[in-house]
Design a protein around this ligand. Structure first.
Ligand code: 5GP
Ligand code: ZN
Length: 112
C-alpha cells in the first residue's frame, strides 16, 4: 500500500517525522512546508493513490474523508471558516507530489 519512494507515504508511516494537525482512519493533515497562504494545510489520504484521476469506487471512503476533514478544519477555528480546497492533477497543473492530496488554503484574500 505504501510506496518506498513516496514522501507522503513516509510521512504517513512515520519514517519521516512530522507533526499532524489532525488525522483519522483515512486521512492526515500536515502544514505545507512552503505555505502559499497564512494557513496552508495538506489533507492526505493514508492510502497511496497517485491523483484524483486514479481514484476508484473502492476509494470512496478516502474521497469523502477529504471533504469531511476540510469541513472539520474549517469549523475548528474562525480564521479557517472561509477556505479554498484545491488538488493539482498532473504536472501541467502544478502537481509535484504524486500521492493524492488537497491543499487547504485560508487566511488570505485570493482573487484567482
Ligand atoms: P503539489 O505541488 O503536488 O500540488 O503539492 C505538493 C505540496 O507538498 C507542495 O505545496 C509542497 O510545498 C509540499 N511538500 C513537499 N514536500 C513536503 C514535505 O516534505 N513536507 C511538507 N509538509 N510539505 C511538503
Ligand atoms: Zn504515497
Amino acid at each position: 500500500m505504501a510506496l518506498d519512494n513516496c514522501i507522503f507515504c513516509k510521512i504517513i508511516s512515520g519514517t519521516i517525522p512530522s507533526s499532524f494537525i489532525a488525522q483519522n482512519d483515512h486521512v492526515i493533515v500536515i502544514k505545507d512546508i512552503s505555505p502559499k497562504t497564512p494557513s496552508h494545510f495538506l489533507i492526505i489520504p493514508k492510502k497511496h493513490i497517485a491523483d484524483v484521476s486514479c481514484l476508484t469506487a473502492d476509494d470512496r471512503e478516502y474521497a469523502s474523508a477529504i471533504l469531511l476533514m476540510a469541513q472539520q478544519l474549517s469549523h475548528s477555528n474562525e480564521s479557517l471558516r472561509e477556505f479554498r480546497l484545491v488538488s493539482n492533477n498532473g504536472t501541467t497543473m502544478g502537481q509535484s507530489v504524486f500521492h493524492i492530496h488537497f491543499h487547504f488554503l485560508a487566511g488570505a484574500h485570493l482573487s484567482f
